[in-house]
Design a protein around this ligand. Structure first.
Ligand code: NAG
Length: 357
């Protein structure tokens, strides 16, 4: 990516004062001032090979190529508006944003967050500068929800896996499929967890309390499809003692993370379809459209952002799209902004596990 070009275009887009900077203007060749879509066929054939894509017929192939091209453009646009991350071709580049939303997200949006108790306010004076639960053995490997809107179940198991680890010292991978098949818990508006059609982490904690706990992943393996409930109470491996909603204050979020383990969070996934790596800090990302449930596992004080010429603090997010997406399955999103970037601070919950299941 040509950084000078990026600066210039961004400046134009945001009518920043640097648009008039003569030094910046000098180094940009005229022909680079529009966004060209070069070699789309070449990129598409690399994409098909890399992700082993095959399409049923020529018509489907051509349609997917047209979607791919518009996603290439979108990635370039996203790059300009999110310069501290890298955006480009991902495994989702042949899906329209609507298809992507249906198949790979799945957070239902509550009108109000269920009347869960608020987490107690914690002291924030001695928080570490950098913290990552992966370094302390509280996080299982990256999982893959495949084509099923069950993100919420992965966010739920991730938080309980961490809480169970803190309570028992044992890291056990827990069953999302149990939640997909068996959890039909409803919130006060009458919206209910619905497997591949979406759900909510706080409702899933509520279900888990009622059910008595979750089975292990290996006892109730993931299929990525809605199925009949096969929960066996004798196989419960981890149980929820209580759960609560964390305030939107970033220091409270960090304090709850460090004290209680990884946190369930809702996020606006608008920038994730094209995300490759880096700290995502888009100029525009509404907090009013939370559509993806993920797991907050840590934070860093400074991720390098060459364009903004300064280091950015960030959250470390475990996603559920496999290890081949993002940074080995993880996403970094900036924190410490005046606005709540992509709503990452808006729907945070923490769970505690019983010492024995
Ligand atoms: C939640 O449960 C844990 C573990 O049993 C307990 O230590 C903690 O005090 C509980 N928290 C709340 C808010 O009830």
């Amino acid at each position: 990516m040509n950084h000078f070009l990026t600066i210039s275009l961004l400046s134009l887009l945001l009518s920043h004062t640097t648009a008039d900077d003569p030094i910046i203007r000098q180094v940009i060749p005229e022909q680079e001032q529009s966004i060209p879509l070069l070699n789309a066929d070449h990129h598409f054939s690399l994409f098909k090979t890399k992700y082993a894509k095959s399409y049923s017929d020529q018509k489907e192939h051509d349609y997917r190529f047209s979607v791919f091209k518009s996603n290439l453009l979108r990635a370039k646009r996203n790059q300009l508006l999110d310069p501290s991350a890298e955006h480009g071709v991902t495994q989702f580049s042949d899906l329209t944003p609507e298809e992507f939303g249906q198949r790979y997200l799945g957070l239902r949006t509550p009108k109000v967050l269920q009347e869960a108790p608020n987490a107690p306010i914690l002291p924030t004076g001695n928080l570490p500068q950098d913290f990552d639960w992966r370094d302390h053995g509280a996080v299982t490997g990256v999982k893959n929800q495949v084509s099923c809107g069950s993100c919420w179940s992965f966010s739920t198991t991730g938080a309980l896996e961490g809480a169970h680890f803190l309570a028992t010292g044992e890291l056990v991978s827990l069953s999302e499929q149990q939640l997909v098949d068996c959890d039909h818990e409803c919130d006060q508006d009458g919206d209910c967890d619905a497997g591949c059609n979406g759900g909510l982490m706080t409702s899933a904690f509520q279900y888990t309390i009622k059910a008595g706990g979750l089975e292990r992943e290996k006892d109730y393996p993931y299929t990525g499809k809605d199925g009949k409930c096969k929960f066996d109470k004798t196989k419960v491996a981890a149980s929820v003692a209580n759960y609560s909603v964390v305030s939107i204050d970033e220091d409270q979020i960090a304090a709850n993370l460090v004290k209680n383990g990884p946190l369930s969070v809702g996020i606006n996934a608008a920038w994730m379809q094209t995300y490759i790596k880096g700290v995502s800090c888009p100029y525009i990302c509404s907090k009013n459209r939370l559509d993806h449930g993920v797991l907050l596992v840590g934070y860093g004080a400074a991720g390098y952002a060459p364009i903004r010429l300064k280091e950015k603090p960030y959250w470390i997010i475990k996603n559920s799209w496999g290890e081949n997406w993002g940074e080995h399955g993880y996403y970094k999103i900036c924190r410490g902004q005046k606005y709540d970037t992509c709503g990452v601070d808006s729907m945070v919950s923490t769970v505690a596990a019983f010492h024995s299941a």
